[in-house]
Design a protein around this ligand. Structure first.
Ligand SMILES: *Cc1c(COP(=O)(O)O)cnc(C)c1O
Length: 246
């Protein structure tokens, strides 16, 4: 049984109701988009992006049955994981990760979405090996070559994949991307399609199967699902504005 510090269900029924409405709304929109995709019987995992959201709201969503949560900042994530360890939560690390912090992340998260260098991959491998575990990872691809964003670009993607495939404590499960921001989500569609093509080409070239395409956020997840996303990372549409944590 999960024992909460407060009984939030009693204390704040509006919060619970609002989260439930948001969750159902997003799930329905995902289902509809999936029907329009090339793989209408596929599955899409909803990763609730809880960065900068207070614990109570994450807890309330977990109590509604949400399992997958995404965090961007190492310290914040570890503190939340510790406080919410009684819940059945699968944590995803989706933020930019410096090599010197990889040891805090490897082996702790169900998936690391943001691997973008050989150096980082080796660092994750080292810790996973020490812990005698296998860390599932995605390569973050920077399709537009935006300098302010993380992600490997262009030719280095295949080289990075080769390196990761040699690291026996990492499991390469797919690709992640964050396209440039557009007011019109249709403008992001070519980026999502390109990531799908890249995944396909890598599978052919390396003779592997990668189950995941992590793409789609609050503003563009329906288009991403139509283009083959298997993991959408949704923050503000689910939780409301990020209010600040800690
Ligand atoms: C913050 C963030 C999201 C969620 O963004 P929303 O617009 O709040 O849905 C998804 N992916 C990454 C990598 C993020 O940093």
């Amino acid at each position: 049984m999960i024992v909460s510090l407060f009984d939030k269900d009693q204390e704040n029924p509006e919060l619970k109701n609002q989260l439930l409405v948001n969750l159902k709304n997003i799930q329905a929109r995902i289902d509809l988009a999936l029907k329009k995709s090339k793989n209408p019987h596929g599955r899409v995992t909803l990763v609730a992006v809880s960065k900068k959201q207070p614990l109570e709201i994450i807890e309330a969503l977990a109590r509604l049955g949400q399992i997958n949560f995404g965090e961007n900042y190492v310290q914040e994530a570890l503190a939340k994981m510790d406080k919410l360890r009684d819940y059945n939560i699968r944590w995803h690390f989706i933020g930019g990760l410096q090599t010197n912090k990889a040891r805090y992340v490897s082996g702790q998260f169900a998936m690391v979405h943001s691997v973008d260098s050989v150096k980082l991959a080796r660092s994750l491998q080292k810790t996973a090996k020490n812990m005698n575990t296998i860390q599932p990872v995605l390569i973050q691809v920077n399709l537009a070559g935006e300098t302010q964003k993380c992600g490997t670009a262009g030719n280095s993607l295949f080289d990075l994949a080769v390196s990761i495939l040699e690291l026996n404590h990492l499991k390469l499960d797919g690709l992640m991307t964050m396209p440039p921001f557009f007011d019109d989500p249709e403008k992001a569609r070519p980026f999502f399609a390109e990531l799908r093509t890249l995944k396909h080409n890598m599978e052919e070239q390396f003779g592997i199967e990668m189950p995941h395409l992590s793409m789609g956020m609050s503003g563009d997840f329906e288009v991403a699902v139509e283009e083959g996303s298997t993991m959408v990372r949704i923050g503000e549409s689910l939780f409301g504005p990020r209010s600040g944590y800690g």
